[in-house]
Design a protein around this ligand. Structure first.
Ligand code: MTE
Length: 320
């Protein structure tokens, strides 16, 4: 078993950011980038008292040196206490308070639609059959705040190849769990549940696109979309759908939750673009959580070199 899950992660169990940086530094100097570690468990007693160490929820992963950013990583505390997860309330603090009702083990992902191998995949099997990697990505919310997050995940392209989509598959649709018992926010009609997102096939297959199962070296906290969520770093945060139970390959563009809720405000593409204002606010600048001054928003969130080609010839003002 690659994953160990305690019943609950308490704030006191969590690796302090400085410790995390120290650990990263240690890994860099001791063994190079390709090191596979069981974070916490592989480094007994090094930085944490035993009581804390025993409760760390570990993942085995490899640091991918190609996907890092030369900026400070946002603190674990901010990443896990300032969230958007409307299934647990619309307030930023609500998911950290309420997401404990979500049962993430066992977890099954149904793969269906234009695919040669439709099946129910157990998350444990998906993880066991994959090489997990750590990638540090910028994350830009449409509400003009941002973070830098050390994700642990599987490139989506690796999974898609395993599912074998047919030649008719032009888009991939992702669907979050619908269960108002576990997700009390779904009892209110704030959005059209379940939450749905989608990507064009070439976006889904792009090497930057990740299915995250962890962050800061540990399994995803529930408020961050446990046990598996999408990470598309050049798009606004709402594309990064959480707690996925279904992946459907389609011929036509899926209808997505925020696009349905406000088509003028939330496009299907949702590429980070400082040139195109949200109808109610500018997207030119952003507040990096943990910093005082706002910073400039970068085209495609700083990933233009890698992804601009996907949109060659498209009018990005219309296809926002
Ligand atoms: N996925 C689901 N199922 N429900 C949500 O409310 N919110 C989105 C996205 N994925 C959301 C979701 C939005 S608006 C953002 S900004 C990111 O999750 C926030 O991710 P984080 O809380 O891990 O920072």
């Amino acid at each position: 078993m690659l994953i160990k899950r305690p019943n609950e992660i308490k704030a006191t169990d969590i690796t302090d950011e400085k410790i995390y940086h120290a650990r990263r530094e240690f890994l860099k100097t001791s063994s190079g980038a390709a090191l596979t570690v069981a974070a916490g468990a592989a480094l007994p007693g090094l930085w944490l008292p035993d009581t804390v160490q025993a409760k760390i929820v570990s993942l085995q992963f490899k640091k991918n040196p190609h996907y890092v950013v030369d900026e400070d990583v946002t603190s674990f505390k901010d990443i896990t206490r300032y969230n958007n997860f409307y299934e647990f309330g619309t307030d930023k603090k609500a998911p950290a308070k309420h997401a404990h009702t979500l049962k993430t083990d066992p977890w099954t992902v149904r793969v269906e639609g234009e695919v040669e191998k439709p099946a129910d995949y157990h998350l444990e099997d998906i993880i066991r059959d994959s090489q997990l990697e750590e990638r540090i990505y910028r994350f830009r919310c449409v509400e003009a705040w941002s973070m830098v997050i050390p994700w642990v995940g599987i490139p989506l392209a690796t999974l898609i190849k395993r599912f074998k989509p047919t030649s008719k598959a032009k888009y991939v649709e992702f669907i979050t769990l619908y269960d108002p018992e576990q997700m009390p926010g779904q009892r209110r009609k704030v959005l059209d549940w379940p939450y749905v997102e989608g990507l064009r096939m070439d976006e889904a297959m792009h090497p930057l696109t990740l299915m995250a199962v962890g962050l800061y070296g540990k399994v995803l906290p529930k408020q961050n979309g446990a046990p598996i969520r999408l990470v598309v770093p050049w798009k606004y945060g709402f594309k990064n759908i959480k707690s996925i139970v279904k992946i459907r390959f389609t011929e036509t563009q899926p209808r997505t939750t925020w696009n349905l809720a406000g088509p003028r405000e939330y496009g299907f593409y949702a590429n980070v673009n400082p040139e195109v204002d949200h109808p109610r606010w500018s997207q030119r600048r952003e507040r990096r959580i943990g910093e005082f001054f706002k910073r400039k928003t970068l085209m495609f969130n700083g990933y233009a070199e890698q992804v601009a080609g996907l949109y060659a010839g498209m009018d990005l003002r219309r296809n926002y």
